[in-house]
Ligand binder design. Structure first.
Ligand SMILES: NC(=O)c1ccc[n+]([C@@H]2O[C@H](COP(=O)([O-])OP(=O)(O)OC[C@H]3O[C@@H](n4cnc5c(N)ncnc54)[C@H](O)[C@@H]3O)[C@@H](O)[C@H]2O)c1
Ligand SMILES: [Zn+2]
Length: 368
């Protein structure tokens, strides 16, 4: 297979800096990276049961060609597997494989594998290096970059976790060919998010390449992923542990998370709920006269084309607004909304009138 590396983005975090390599058919770059980190490392490749038969051999063969011995660890697929039992199973597998402080963990898969394997690596022997090889669009543009790792608890999502930056990230957009269309569209919601929070021109690029994006044209995908990662890297570099600027990455997430929880597990994908949250937040900004209604319309039109927007029913606006107050990120009862001032720039607002939120949310819940 022809291997092309299209670009490399540096995540600048002092001594924890690392590269994100984006390309087409470049899975084997993970082995080059592993070799550069440690020539003689024992490697554990962590993946899930769906990704294993698709890509594990390619990565393990490439590691073998570099003289690196790799053991394969396969977890169950899906969000339900992101729990303490799977984490404990990973730790035990690391013991079996003889993973030591100089070893390397490779997280090959979607955000679930990345979060789990990253957390397992961060906590095993008080911290083992790992690299991310994300194979979903969401993981490529979002979860693999930034060092957030963790698991879900029965009481809520991502409640146990740590910041553990990877030593590198290798993105092969060709792996998206096997990803279900619904998952691709969920990832595209996060791609659109980067345009709204940072770069209006990028939104224009997305608008002009609807077909290319949905048909997974490698050249278009590479551009979309590169720009998304560049924006995430810039935000993370300025705020590694989410005290300030990094909060803008939550655009669409305040309302999106509530919808995800209210609808119940499995009804909407995260990206679908976020697409809805972005649509509603933009309208809220328009009602607050921060953004023009035509810009809110423009975002809605793009979301309609590239994502699968939930047709929300069976919940009330009061339930949605109530849910925002229980959000993990709500500090002392004050709900923060990330709202666009224009497409390409957002601000954090903590003074949003609750009645206005109720009214706007109401308009996005269908009756009957
Ligand atoms: N750490 C962070 O900063 C961060 C950011 C956003 C989301 N997340 C987390 O990411 C998780 C969601 O990630 P996700 O959307 O990638 O879900 P996922 O990891 O569950 O992957 C979705 C599905 O696609 C399958 N899959 C993965 N790659 C494939 C491929 N190339 N071809 C075919 N099937 C493939 C998986 O087996 C799974 O069934 C959530 O747990 C969320 O909390 C973390
Ligand atoms: Zn998200």
């Amino acid at each position: 297979m022809k291997k092309t590396v299209a670009g490399t983005i540096r995540v600048e975090l002092g001594e924890r800096s690392y590269d994100v390599v984006v390309g087409v058919g470049n899975l084997s770059v993970s082995a080059e990276l592993a070799q550069r980190i440690n020539l003689k490392a024992r490697v554990a490749v962590v993946t899930d049961e769906k990704v294993a038969p698709l890509y594990a051999d390619k990565v393990i063969d490439a590691l073998g060609k570099k003289g690196l011995k790799a053991g394969l660890v396969v977890t169950p697929a899906g969000e339900e597997a992101k729990n303490v039992n799977t984490l404990a199973a990973l730790w035990n597998k690391f013991v079996e494989l003889g993973i030591d402080r100089k070893s390397l963990v490779v997280a090959l898969g979607g955000g679930v594998v990345g979060d789990l394997a990253g957390f397992a690596a961060g906590t095993f022997l008080r911290g083992v290096d790992y690299i991310q090889v994300p194979t979903t669009l969401l993981a490529q543009v979002d979860s693999s970059v930034g060092g957030k790792t963790g698991i879900n608890l029965p009481a809520g999502k991502n409640l146990a976790g740590m910041f553990h930056q990877p030593r590198g990230v290798v993105i092969d957009v060709e792996t998206l060919k096997t990803l279900p269309d619904r998952e691709v569209r969920a990832g595209l919601a996060e791609v659109i998010k980067y345009g709204v929070i940072w770069d209006e021109e990028f939104l224009g690029f997305l608008e002009s390449n609807i077909t290319g994006l949905l048909s997974l044209d490698p050249a278009i995908l590479v551009k979309a992923v590169l720009r998304s990662v560049e924006i995430k890297a810039a935000v993370v570099a300025s705020d590694e542990t989410e005290n300030g600027l990094r909060r803008i990455l939550n655009f669409g997430h305040t309302l999106g998370h509530v919808l995800e929880n209210l609808a119940g597990y499995g009804k909407y994908l995260h990206g679908e709920a976020v697409a809805w949250g972005m649509m509603v937040a933009a309208r809220l900004a328009a009602e607050m006269k921060m953004l023009s209604h035509s810009d809110a319309d423009r975002l809605t039109a793009l979301l309609e084309k590239l994502t699968k927007l939930p047709q929300v029913k069976g919940v009330s606006a009061e339930q949605v607004v109530g849910g925002t107050k229980r959000d993990k990120k709500t500090v002392a009862g004050t709900v923060h909304y990330i709202l666009p001032e224009k497409l390409g720039r957002v601000v954090v607002r903590s003074d949003v009138d609750e009645d206005m939120v109720l009214r706007v949310v109401e308009g996005y819940i269908s009756r009957g």
